[in-house]
Design a protein around this ligand. Sequence first.
Ligand code: 5AD
Ligand code: FES
Length: 354
Amino acid sequence: MNILDHLLHKLFEENNLSREELIFLLKNIDEDSKDKLFNYACKTRNRYYGNKVFMRGLIEFSNICRKDCLYCGIRSSNKKASRYRLTKEEILDCCHEGYKLGYRTFVLQSGEDPWYTADRMVDIIKSIKRKFPDVAITLSIGEREKEEYQAFFEAGAERYLLRHETASRSLYEKLHPDSSFDNRINCLKTLKEIGYQVGAGFMVGLPGQREEDLVEDLIFLKSLNPHMIGIGPFIPHSETPLGKTKGGTVEDTLVMVALTRLMVPDSLVPATTAMGTLHPRGRELALMAGANVVMPNLSPSSVRPKYQLYENKICLEDEPAHCRYCIEGRIKSVGMELDMSRGDHWTYKEAKAL
Ligand code: 5AD
Ligand code: FES
């Protein structure tokens, strides 16, 4: 067995490798070993979740953001972004439309918009739960105080997505001059302590990101052990300071998806929209590299073009029903099966059965 085969086999068996081994693997992986890596990743995923792909409806309810992340199209300094907020009623309408299409879980995502105070968020969460008691609510609204996270949880939100973006402190600080790396990591820990199913995640191909930095992401994720992990290529947005930089590739992102699957074998990993944006079959390729979640857009088509963290995002013109069936076809095309249930992490299913 050559050394790459040996490392991949060890990773498959033990779901862990040392920092040095991971760096060696990332720097030396070739096409042949990629196929083996993707195979191991799919086998590992199937062990926990079978060949099911879980579907979540994404509602982008505000693009107003107090932060100024260098890579992001809705950063506060982008004066060209046309800003919007959805009302509670508009959010409920999106849920209603999603519910009719079979969705049983909604992801409420926004910029860090202070207009949505804890009280307003609690009211939105409770209203959704009252109308649709059998859906799971995921929040993706950035960094908040512990008390707020606690209040959202008690109101009925059960999952929270907060990508760590990059586990390299120096890279994080370069990309987020107005933010604290420690606070981000602490938020993730707090969310876990409260009892949320927690999603972390990172971008691939950030300017200045080396293999060593990506390995830090893997090691960080292994120790945090989150329930969900979102990984996408960085895509430059022309109205940001990184507009003229290179961006990540589908190939590199696929390798990171598969390695993440092997390091955190029971995680729920989306085939991200950013993958679909870079390649017509990007999401299918991610599923074939170990992903098992898709998050089609349920936002009203009038606001979709305004929620562009990166440019040329897919589905800007498509109605929710169109995406729902489009995705189903894509899932089937890779021999997987659509699952419209809440799609909890397997440890939460156990908890509920008790
Ligand atoms: N390219 C790719 N992904 C991006 N995100 C933000 N801006 C970009 C970009 N230009 C990602 C971040 C964020 C998530 C919602 O979208 O990782 O957490
Ligand atoms: Fe929206 Fe295919 S998922 S058009």
